[in-house]
Structure formats: structure tokens, C-alpha cells
Design a protein around this ligand. Structure first.
Ligand SMILES: Cc1cc2nc3c(=O)[nH]c(=O)nc-3n(C[C@H](O)[C@H](O)[C@H](O)COP(=O)(O)O)c2cc1C
Ligand code: SF4
Ligand code: SF4
Length: 448
């Protein structure tokens, strides 16, 4: 049976499922409830300087019948007294000595950093996480993403922290930056023990069409917030990969955060190099109980693949994540429709006709099952993505696998197109209908 326990940069936990610093870790009550439900660690709601919050605080991106696909907040760090939080951290550690309690911190001066680190160590925290991420409110006061966006300042603060800290330090990065490796490298140069990412993305989730104010509205006005939830997972995964592949940051443990809701999300983060994960939005949506599915799913996955610990497969996808120039140009797939599964909705036809390469024909025999025009199909995947029936359109391999040539190799050999008419160009000679064919079956506007 798989052993889910971890030692993350010296922080031990019974499993890699941690709560991210956010409302679910606002109090000892919640953290104890979460540990009891199965979470292995919790990053406490950020402690720091006194703040005042506004109401309302949250906005959302709902997509059709799915609520909270993306989630946006304008709340600040904890507004509870520091002494109360420290006392509750101590209490949680007494009840759950083997679980990881990490204090998230955000203060300004070197003296304040040194003092709060000492306070957290005295309270029994297993580690600290530096919050250089909040893209609203705190950055206007020179903290949060104001630090995360300035690698030199970040490096200096990490150094201050490392002078004082006797417990492991995780530097949490802001994604509001062009190259995540810049602050990642600065944190490693500053001496951090680990990295975590992502914090939230600066965002406006929508505008109220009566008051003309952004959501969430505060007395008829609003501000940019921090975006998170399932919608940000692809961007966060890529950032984790960037750090896991960079020569300076690759040996520093990474805690992956962003849009994690199921065991599959957890496995994907681990495959890209994370060795713990943190969750906020999906717990705010569904509660602490979601960890049960994560634990069962991760255990089943590891048992099925024969992995004893998560370190057996951490980073296993990284060798397959290449630069575009290193992909095989000789690999060819085309779409194939399974007539027996097709329900005749013709979504594939309209997607390929209007949005891709006019490689699907409508049937003329009274059936509703479309047909792929193989010569026109470039193997883009669009039809198989829009098809609502699982495994109805599959992408089948058409090359025999014997050839492997990349753009980088062709460039090295000087074998790349040097004009638009060069026969070595990818799209030269590929069929597209003549422009006037677009108007052939035109009906007067308003007639069907
Ligand atoms: C309402 C709310 C409050 C948050 N507060 C904090 C905070 O105090 N400190 C911090 O480091 N991150 C904070 N975060 C960011 C989360 O810890 C996490 O990095 C982010 O939400 C991405 O994870 P998710 O997609 O699972 O929500 C907050 C997020 C939300 C939604
Ligand atoms: S989208 Fe799928 S189900 Fe619909 S017509 Fe195309 S193949 Fe058939
Ligand atoms: S794979 Fe792309 S080009 Fe080929 S049929 Fe589907 S949508 Fe059209």
C-alpha cells in the first residue's frame, strides 16, 4: 500500500495535501477540523500587520452551469489579533503533533520579520511561508506582490528571513510576472528552503451592468482582485514546470498551488515536480471532505503504477515537456469518427468548418453522421475536443513512426522554408475553399 507521507524541505506531514493560506485556515477550529478530515498540513491564513477588510470580498467566474470555475477575492491577510493566532497554532500542534502547521507571514521591516519569525517558532510552527503574492491591498502598502514582482527586493527579504529562521522557509511566489523563474531564482539565491506557487492572479472577474462597478462591489465601486480556482490550474502548472526544469531552482522543493480539486490535479502537479500541494478555492466551494477523494485516488494511482512513495514519480512528466522546436514534425494524426457512437449533433462539422480546416463533410444520404475528409485534416484535435460523446472522435496515427525530425534539427541543417512559396513550408499546397464558395449557399438575412 502506498505511503503518502512526505518530508517537504524538512517539514514532515502524513500526506502531501495541505490547505493553502486562506479563509479555510483562518482559525485553529478550522485547521483542527481539516486535520481530522484527512488534510496533512495547513498554511495558516497570513499573519502580519494590522488590517481592515471590506465587504463584500469575493467575485466569481461562473461558466454555464458550473459555479466558481474562477474565483476572485479582495480580502487582505488575517484581521485577527496575532496573539490569538499564535495561541491557536500552539493548540493545534498539541492535538496534531505529526501534522504540518506552517505560518504564512507578511510584514515590512527587517525587525518585524525577525520578531514574527521568533513568535511563530515559539508557537511551535513547523515552517514558515513568505507571502509575496497578494495582488491587491497589501501591495499598495509595499508588501505582497509588490515584493513578488521585484526579484531584488524579494532576495533581500528572503536573506533577512534566513538570518533569523530556525525552521524551514517556503517562499510563496506571485504569478503576476512575465517570467516566474526571475523571483524563483532570487528566492533560491536568498537561501529559501522551498518554493510554493501560485498565489492569485490580478484580475477583474466582471462588471455589474447596472452600477458599472467591478465585482465584488463595495458601496458601488470595486478594485482588481486575486484570481484562483480551477481556471488558473493550467497557468500554475506551467509555472511549476518552469521552476522544476530551471537549473537554479530544480533542486528546491516545490509546493504546487492553483485550481486543485481532485486526485488527478494532485498527480499532475506531482508529475511536474511538486512534492506537496495546497488547496484553497475547492475547499471554500465544497468543504474539507474533498480530501477523502484525493487520498483514495492518489493511493489507487500509486498502487496501480507500483509507486511506494510520491518521490517515486515526482517530476516524471518533466522529460516529456519540451520546447516546441524539439517536437517531432513527422508525427501525423488525423480524426476518425466512430459511426456507432455518433449522435449526429454535427458540432464537429461546424467547429471544423468555421473554426479550423473545412475537413468534415455533412452526409448526403439522410444520415446525420459527418465524415472526415482525410486529405484536408491537419490533425488539430478540435473536433474531438468539441464532440460531446466520449471516444467518438479519436485521433489516429497516420505516420509509421520511423521518422523523427524536429524544427531545431532542420534549422541546424538549413532545411527550413525561407520564403512563403518554399515547398518546405507547412501549409503550402494545403486545400482551402475558394473565398467565393463562402457565399454559394447564402440565404437572405433573416431567412432560414
Ligand atoms: C479568499 C482568499 C484569501 C486568500 N488569502 C491568502 C492569504 O492570506 N495568504 C496567501 O498567501 N494566500 C492567500 N490566498 C491565495 C491562496 O492561498 C492560493 O494561493 C490561491 O487561492 C490559489 O489556490 P486555489 O486555486 O486552490 O484557490 C487567498 C485566496 C483566497 C481565495
Ligand atoms: S460531434 Fe461527435 S457526436 Fe456530434 S456529429 Fe460529430 S462525431 Fe457525431
Ligand atoms: S482534427 Fe481538426 S482539421 Fe481534422 S477534422 Fe478535426 S477539426 Fe478538422
Amino acid at each position: 500500500m502506498a505511503d503518502l507521507s512526505i518530508n517537504f524541505a524538512g517539514i514532515k506531514a502524513p500526506n502531501p495535501f495541505w490547505l493553502a493560506s486562506a479563509p479555510p485556515t483562518n482559525s485553529g477550529y478550522q485547521v483542527m477540523k481539516a486535520f481530522d478530515a484527512g488534510w496533512g498540513g495547513a498554511v495558516w491564513k497570513t499573519l502580519g500587520v494590522p488590517v481592515v477588510n471590506v465587504s463584500s470580498r469575493y467575485g466569481t467566474m461562473n461558466y454555464r452551469d458550473n459555479r466558481m470555475v474562477g474565483f476572485n477575492n479582495i480580502e487582505l491577510i488575517t484581521d485577527r489579533p496575532l496573539a490569538d493566532n499564535l495561541r491557536e497554532i500552539e493548540e493545534v500542534k498539541k492535538h496534531f503533533p505529526d501534522h504540518a502547521v506552517i505560518a504564512s507571514l507578511m510584514v515590512e521591516s527587517k525587525a518585524e520579520w525577525h520578531q514574527i519569525i521568533k513568535d511563530c517558532e515559539n508557537a511551535g510552527a513547523d515552517g514558515i511561508e513568505l507571502n509575496f503574492g497578494c495582488p491587491h491591498g497589501m501591495c499598495e502598502r509595499g508588501m505582497g506582490s509588490a515584493v513578488g514582482q521585484e526579484p531584488d527586493v524579494l532576495r533581500t527579504i528572503v536573506k533577512w528571513v534566513m538570518e533569523a529562521a530556525n525552521i524551514p522557509v517556503i517562499t510563496k511566489l506571485s504569478p503576476n510576472i512575465s517570467h516566474i523563474t526571475d523571483p524563483g531564482i532570487a528566492a533560491v539565491e536568498g537561501g529559501t528552503d522551498a518554493l510554493s506557487l501560485v498565489n492569485t492572479f490580478k484580475s477583474i472577474v466582471g462588471i455589474d451592468l447596472d452600477s458599472y462597478a467591478p465585482y465584488p462591489t463595495v458601496d458601488g465601486q470595486g478594485t482588481n482582485g486575486g484570481y484562483c480556482g480551477p481556471a488558473v490550474k493550467p497557468i500554475a502548472l506551467n509555472m511549476v514546470k518552469e521552476l522544476a526544469q530551471h537549473e537554479v531552482t530544480m533542486n528546491t522543493p516545490i509546493s504546487g498551488i492553483g485550481g486543485i480539486e481532485t486526485w488527478r490535479d494532485v498527480v499532475e502537479y506531482i508529475l511536474l515536480g511538486a512534492t506537496s500541494v495546497q488547496v484553497c478555492t475547492s475547499v471554500m466551494h465544497y468543504g474539507f471532505g474533498i480530501v477523502r477523494e484525493m487520498e483514495k485516488g492518489l493511493t489507487d494511482f500509486m498502487d496501480a503504477k507500483g509507486y511506494d512513495t510520491i518521490y517515486d514519480f515526482a517530476g516524471k512528466a518533466l522529460p516529456n515537456v519540451k520546447e516546441w522546436k524539439d517536437l517531432n514534425l513527422k508525427h501525423k494524426v488525423i480524426a476518425e469518427i466512430d459511426d456507432d457512437k455518433c449522435i449526429g449533433c454535427q458540432l464537429c462539422y461546424i467547429a471544423c468548418e468555421d473554426g479550423a480546416h473545412q475537413a468534415i463533410a455533412l452526409p448526403e444520404n439522410g444520415s446525420r453522421v459527418p465524415a472526415i475528409i482525410e486529405d484536408n485534416c491537419v490533425g488539430c484535435n478540435l473536433c474531438s475536443i468539441v464532440c460531446p460523446v466520449e471516444e467518438c472522435i479519436t485521433m489516429v496515427k497516420r505516420d509509421d513512426g520511423t521518422e523523427h525530425v524536429t524544427w531545431a534539427e532542420r534549422t541546424a541543417k538549413g532545411d527550413i522554408p525561407d520564403s512563403f512559396n518554399d515547398q518546405r513550408g507547412g501549409g503550402v499546397g494545403h486545400y482551402v475553399p475558394k473565398p467565393e464558395e463562402a457565399l454559394k449557399n447564402r440565404k437572405p438575412y433573416g431567412k432560414v
